[in-house]
Ligand binder design. Structure first.
Ligand SMILES: C[S@@+](CC[C@H](N)C(=O)[O-])C[C@H]1O[C@@H](n2cnc3c(N)ncnc32)[C@H](O)[C@@H]1O
Length: 251
């Protein structure tokens, strides 16, 4: 469900503020089980050209690096992307909604935690367009589990990242790939445990947002609790089982 689109400059400012501590700002960033799942589904081989859309600091590219032939990164925030340089063969400063590549140039296109900031339908179309027929396009994103948690979770996500533009349920990601022309689409779920205090301490939101997030977790509805299995520790720490969907489409 899209919110009013934040200006591109606001997105760049947000990630510029976060760039220094981004890699340590969430458990999911370096969750090995999530990355193993992504790699198993992408199945890169030594001859593959891989496009990492919204590459950020290069955590996804770093994982693909030993397995793929060539990796190209795209992002709009130089302060994030400058850290990706060791893992990329080349980088292009560009918006995902208008990728400066020919049709079918890549074997694999992957976008983790990026499409939530984009004009989602045109961005998905571009990712599918630049991927060869029979290749793979992967969208990896945090999702609400379903109707029971969506409103509360989307409010939490909005507070944690005010420039987030799209909030997804798992089927939404598959729908984007189908609408963009993929002939086969599958979705896989992965749960990543997140310490909410660590996750909300991203360096780009005021303490009031973090306190509001904690209050929402403490007051979470039974439906939210059921899916997220929220643990409230005695020391005030909160642990959430956050859901990632990995949608894989074949153009
Ligand atoms: C949460 S980070 C994800 C980084 C990386 N993919 C990862 O999984 O660690 C989101 C990234 O999306 C980039 N981004 C946001 N909107 C974008 C757009 N329209 N086109 C390209 N990149 C965009 C931001 O600059 C930021 O680096």
């Amino acid at each position: 469900m899209p919110d009013a689109a934040p200006a591109l400059q606001n997105v760049v400012e947000h990630f510029t503020a976060r760039a220094g501590r981004y890699d340590g700002s969430s458990h999911w960033c370096n969750d090995p089980a999530l990355m193993e799942r992504v790699l198993a589904l992408a199945a890169p081989t030594a001859g593959d050209r891989v496009l990492d859309v919204a590459c950020g600091t290069g955590l996804v590219s770093k994982a693909f690096r030993p397995l793929a032939g060539e990796i190209v990164g795209v992002d709009i925030t130089p302060a994030m992307a400058s850290q990706a340089a060791p893992f990329l063969d080349s980088f292009v400063l560009a918006q995902a909604e208008d990728l400066p590549f020919e049709d079918g140039e890549f074997d694999i296109t992957v976008c983790r935690q990026g499409i939530q900031f984009m004009d989602a339908a045109p961005a998905a179309c571009e990712m599918v367009r630049v991927t060869r027929k029979g290749g793979r396009v992967l969208l990896v994103n945090l999702c609400a589990y379903g109707e029971e948690d969506r409103e509360e979770y989307f409010e939490i996500l909005r507070l944690r990242n005010p420039v987030r533009r799209n909030f997804f349920l798992p089927d939404d990601l598959s729908g984007l790939l189908r609408a963009a022309g993929c002939r086969e689409v599958q979705a896989h779920n992965h749960v990543s445990e997140e310490d909410v205090d660590l996750w909300s301490d991203n360096g780009a939101i005021p303490e009031a947002n973090r306190e509001h997030i904690r209050a929402l977790y403490r007051a979470a509805s039974p439906g939210f609790q059921k899916h997220h299995e929220v643990r409230l520790a005695g020391d005030g720490r909160i642990v959430d089982r956050m859901l990632f969907t990995i949608a894989v489409g074949i153009p």
